[in-house]
Design a protein around this ligand. Structure first.
Ligand SMILES: [Fe+2]
Ligand SMILES: [Fe+2]
Length: 374
């Protein structure tokens, strides 16, 4: 009987590594039919996500060489689309199925809804990633625990993040990690263009160098958020990072509120940036505004978004002077460590200069470094 490979994901957007994984699985397991299943979330949970019908068109284009069937079963069902609930239906529909997942999903199998049920329905093919732990041990461990069959693939995938691709598309870039056919549809349908007017406006307020820095902070923040699973809303991270320095090169107060002590100091632009993001860019979200408002000084008891923007700004990839690359490595490894090391470095640098340190920074230092709070 013909075997069918089932591959699920959000595909927002589908990229070359998705295609490479399927191609490898089909070749290694001698499978000739591919069914791609885009995840569906109800409208209140899917803000900012492309509609499933649009993602289906992108999937058709991305996987065109593999003649995929795109199955919208998750939308038809509407509700909880756990693998243990969806796979039995797909098995009825397509017969002999193999379910393809990434190595990180295998590692999280314990947190799945009824993993033992999933393994009763079909075999699971697993694709590891270049530079990550061998998946063979995990596969054996899972088989012993739940029964069923796990098939590790010889192919190792590359590390591509869909949220990073989204950020780059929103910034107007055309990432090589997307198949040409996908880029064409994105271009024709004007997808990922919602912030283009805002970006044009921002460019009018910044030198090219500062705009490049703003983009670098967006990417650094999106990378930290994904890599460390910080669970900050993608939209908020994107907007706060993009606009954090919107007032840096336009210091006029314009009657906006800023603390007296900040006037005439380098930290003025964080307070003014929050006010001008509201006035000139229509940002009403207080989380975003506060992340802009404290991005230079930091403060005690910060929100996750505030810490993220502060750290991403200090450690953005356009900063190549010592010790930033080293601090960046620390933060890429462990975000909290990186945040604290950055705060300590900044405080020590300011202290050694002997000029005054802005009170919020002193409070941040007391809170996070002296008292060691989280
Ligand atoms: Fe700044
Ligand atoms: Fe900055």
């Amino acid at each position: 009987m013909a075997k069918t490979l089932i591959f699920g994901g959000s595909f927002d957007p589908p990229h070359i590594e998705h295609v490479a994984m399927c191609r490898a699985a089909m070749r290694e397991l001698d499978i000739d039919r591919l069914v791609v299943v885009p995840t569906y979330l109800p409208p209140h949970k899917s803000a900012g996500m492309l509609p499933i019908e649009t993602r289906a068109r992108l999937i058709e284009a991305a996987f065109e060489d593999l003649s995929p069937t795109v199955d919208l079963i998750e939308k038809e069902r509407g509700g909880d689309n756990y693998s243990a609930l969806v796979l039995p239906i797909l098995k009825k529909k397509y017969g002999d199925i193999v379910y393809l997942i990434g190595g990180d999903s295998l590692q999280n199998l314990d947190s799945w809804y009824k993993p033992e049920e999933v393994l009763k329905i079909c075999s699971i093919a697993v694709c590891g990633r270049e530079g990550y732990d061998d998946i063979n041990d995990t596969a054996k461990h899972v088989e012993q625990k739940y029964g069923g069959r796990i098939i590790p693939l010889a192919y190792k995938g590359g590390d591509i993040s869909s949220s990073m691709l989204r950020a780059r598309l929103l910034l107007g870039e055309e990432p090589d990690e997307l198949p040409k056919s996908v880029l064409n549809i994105i271009d024709e349908e004007g997808l990922f263009e919602q912030y283009f007017p805002m970006i044009e406006k921002l460019k009018g307020y910044q030198t090219e160098e500062l705009f490049e820095h703003s983009k670098a902070v967006v990417k650094r923040a999106v990378d930290f958020n994904g890599k460390h699973d910080l669970k900050q809303s993608f939209e908020k991270v994107f907007l706060a990072a993009l606009l954090h320095d919107n007032a840096k090169q336009r210091p006029s107060l314009d009657g906006l509120y800023v603390p007296e002590a900040a006037i005439g100091t380098p930290v003025l632009h964080q307070f003014l940036g929050a006010e001008k993001a509201r006035r000139d860019f229509g940002v009403a979200d207080e989380d975003i505004l506060n992340a802009i408002r404290y991005h230079t000084t930091a403060k005690a008891d910060m929100t996750g978004l505030e810490k993220l923007i502060y750290t991403a700004d200090s450690l953005s990839d356009d900063r190549m002077y010592a010790p930033i690359p080293e601090l960046r490595r620390v933060a890429i490894d462990d975000f909290e460590e990186g945040f604290k090391a950055t705060l300590k470095f900044t405080y020590d640098k300011l202290s050694s200069r002997g000029k005054g340190i802005y009170p919020l920074t002193v409070e941040a230092y007391e809170y996070y470094i002296v008292q060691g709070k989280k």
